[in-house]
Design a protein around this ligand. Structure first.
Ligand SMILES: [Fe+2]
Length: 394
């Protein structure tokens, strides 16, 4: 054991996985004693016809439900309050999230406020919110419609704070506690089949980033390390197929389970990529997965002196033949593989192309230091490092 410390590990929630799993939704609601779930979703999910596939099993089980379908990308605290209003006025007693990371994060925050006095600001991790959140919460079923964020098995919710009290303008802040985990993650690959290639790539690269950052994060967590490596193995084997052949249900299923595994693994910690990327969604409207994909190779180069062995393991997991080459060469090959995936998926070649204005870098480098993720980065980061990483990825 690397450190003689007392550690506490949380396992993922109950996971129901398989093509057609959505059909059993009514039974799960009943098992939790739910009489009227609030379904939290967004316009994209509704328009893709996934919402109707979610309510069908509820209707056949004669379960009444209400819908809050106005979650915006990068959900704000205001949007959470709107959902809470729906929960209360409709007399709901359980929450079902159907969507990607934004929807699941918003649903998790709505669920907290159903039993914890607003404002949401009291519950962010950076103000000690973890000690204010109890297990007195209604059941939450998370049904991801993308394969990447892994919010369905993570302890975190990322919410855009509009209070302006901690920084100039809006800032992404995290809620993180084991009680924030879903009661059930329902993974049905058939719901992800219609995802367009661009979204498959962006969310898939988010999952890859979770695995890479978690594996080399500094917290002692051998369980998460093993899961991260296996997640990367499955992602490396299936991400291209899911991108090019979106109707391959098997590849979609592998991506879905691997993204849940990668998200479980980041209980070990994430790293600088996420602290940097969180600034880009509020500042430049760059989707989270795209921001991660662009930043990941630059952060890996920055981390290299502190993470050679880890990156060499990652190269092997991603399917690169590392036999007979040095650890340093294998680590370089892992970085090259990330670049090659980005190129194949037509990820923008830099943050400037993706929409960031260069003159905003000093401000967002400062804000990145307020984000907790980099604290587990294998190489310690300063504000100047954050600035240089934004420049390198520009
Ligand atoms: Fe992420």
């Amino acid at each position: 054991m690397a450190e003689q410390i007392i550690v506490n590990y949380f396992l993922p929630p109950s996971i129901q996985f398989g093509a057609g799993a959505i059909k059993q939704l009514g039974e799960h609601v009943c098992a939790f004693g739910g009489k009227k779930p609030l379904i939290v979703t967004d316009e994209g999910v509704t328009n893709a016809g996934i919402l109707s596939r979610t309510v069908a099993p509820l209707e056949s089980a004669q379960i009444d439900y209400a819908i809050f379908d106005a979650v915006q990308p990068n959900p704000t605290d205001l949007s959470v309050l709107e959902g809470l209003k729906g929960y209360r006025t409709e007399g709901c007693d359980l929450v079902i999230a159907v969507g990607g990371g934004s929807v699941m994060d918003a649903a998790k925050a709505i669920r907290i406020l159903t039993t914890h006095e607003p404002p949401l600001e009291n519950y962010y991790v950076d103000v000690g919110g973890i000690d204010r959140i109890t297990n007195n919460l209604p059941a939450l079923i998370c049904i991801p419609t993308t394969a990447g964020t892994g919010s369905e098995v993570s302890q975190g919710s990322i919410i855009t704070d509009t209070s302006g009290r901690t920084t100039e303008g809006h800032r992404k802040r995290a809620i993180s506690t084991p009680y924030n985990m879903a009661s059930l993650a329902l993974l049905d690959p058939e719901l992800t089949v219609g995802m367009p290639p661009g979204l498959t790539a962006a969310t898939g690269m988010d999952a890859v980033t979770h695995g890479v950052e978690a594996y080399v994060a500094t917290r002692y967590h051998p369980i998460a390390e093993g899961v991260a490596l296996q997640a990367l193995k499955i992602l490396g084997k299936n991400i291209r197929q899911a991108y090019h052949q979106g109707n391959d249900v098997e590849a979609r299923g592998e991506m879905l389970i691997a993204s849940a595994m990668a998200a479980f693994s980041f209980q070990k910690g994430l790293g600088a990529v996420h602290s940097l990327a969180h600034q880009l969604s509020t500042e430049a409207n760059i989707p989270h997965g795209i921001a991660n994909a662009i930043l990941l190779p630059e952060v890996m180069i920055f981390n290299l002196p502190h993470a050679v062995d880890g990156y060499a393991d990652i190269a092997g997991a991603l399917g690169i033949d590392t036999s007979g080459i040095s650890k340093a060469d294998a680590a370089d090959a892992a970085i090259a593989e990330i670049r090659s995936l980005n190129e194949e998926f037509s990820i923008p070649t830099g943050l400037g192309v993706a929409g960031l204005k260069r003159e905003r870098i000093p401000k967002i480098a400062k804000d990145a230091m307020l984000d907790h993720c980099y604290k587990f980065n294998p190489r310690p980061c300063t504000k100047a490092d954050m600035h240089n990483l934004f420049e390198a990825a520009f």
